[in-house]
Ligand binder design. Structure first.
Ligand SMILES: [Cu+2]
Length: 325
């Protein structure tokens, strides 16, 4: 005789094949810390055959500045509340915002599919963590409470989950201009209000004649300066490189935290993780080349580095004492 003692396990075993696909899920189950996020909640069925007439979702801590998308034929209501941890966004401190969204009064038949959408901004959420969105689906008869959060047991009604990853440097973004090859162009996210940022890249001269990275510019900052940071007599010092960075034939030069770097002076907006900004680099011989920089979370190290290497210096420390020119 076969007896199932655990109710949750029983529910799991009795679910029809493919039922997992019918859960309320997010179209994009992964997002980058610090980036904006568009949530698309997908409703694949009603409650035990009954049509869906309402949907409400709770916004977890970490997603701020949430705005729901209205749906034709549905009434939209929101509840605001305080964030446990205030978030600074565009230089403004956000202490509260939308914590719950409800769409009511519409109808989605059990045989139909629909989507409920809202947008928001992820704060500095730890990479590797998961945000859970409890969803209550109300139907003409009954309701489905998609509120279960993993606890090692089989789940019948899991909450919609969003996995948070750290921003990654895009290796595909290698850019070449003649013999010059640029890889891993990235910048570090800046706290709101900071007017200085650090940017980094790897540049290789694959040619047979020497060249030189002379200067650069970007629309997001007043100045794009090439700097060198070095340890002299136990003191970290930084100086602008008036002659740029020399590139011998075959040489690869890596700009990274704690060493050679680009300093963005006079930032016109904070650098937000997950975003990309354009720049133009000028080489003595190769000419000018457009290079997109990918913004990484605050605290990101050089790609591939295990947090070690040179001591890192927070650029905000330069603010009071800019490099002498
Ligand atoms: Cu600097």
């Amino acid at each position: 005789m076969f007896i199932i003692r655990n109710a949750a396990a029983a529910a799991f075993l009795l679910l029809p094949a493919g039922a997992a696909l019918a859960h309320v899920t997010l179209e994009k189950p992964e997002a980058t810390s610090g980036a904006s996020y568009k949530a698309v909640l997908r409703i694949g069925h009603g409650c035990d055959g009954a049509a869906t007439t309402g949907l409400s979702v709770e916004i977890p801590e970490g997603l701020v500045a949430v705005k729901p998308m209205p749906k034709a034929g549905w009434q939209l209501t929101t509840q605001t509340g305080a964030y446990a941890t205030p978030v600074t966004l565009h230089g403004q401190k956000l202490e509260s915002g939308t914590r719950k969204i409800s769409w009511t009064g519409g109808k989605v038949q059990d045989s139909e599919y629909d989507e409920f959408i809202f947008v928001g901004q992820l704060g500095d959420v730890k990479a590797g963590s998961t945000l859970y969105f409890p969803v209550v689906q109300t139907c003409e008869k009954g309701e489905n409470r998609w509120v279960e959060i993993p606890n090692g047991q089989a789940m019948r009604f899991p909450a919609a989950a969003l996995k948070i990853s750290g921003a990654k440097v895009q290796d595909k973004a290698a850019v070449t201009l003649g013999p010059i090859r640029i890889e891993q162009a990235w910048a570090r996210a800046t706290p709101g209000g900071s007017t200085i940022g650090g940017a980094y890249l790897k540049v290789t001269n694959t040619g047979t004649t020497a060249d030189r990275l002379v200067s650069g510019e970007t629309g997001i900052a007043e100045r794009f300066e090439l700097h060198e940071m070095s340890m002299t007599d136990g003191v970290m010092k930084m100086r602008p490189l008036a002659d740029g960075i020399a590139l011998a034939p075959g040489q690869t030069v890596e700009l990274r935290p704690g060493g050679l770097h680009v300093m963005l002076v006079g930032l016109k907006q904070p650098l937000k993780a997950g975003e990309t900004f354009p720049s133009v680099l000028k080489f003595e011989k190769a000419g000018t080349i457009s290079v997109p920089f990918v913004v990484q979370p605050i605290g990101a190290g050089a790609p591939g580095a295990m947090g070690g290497g040179m001591p890192e210096m927070d650029h905000s420390q330069h603010m009071g004492a800019p490099a002498s020119k």
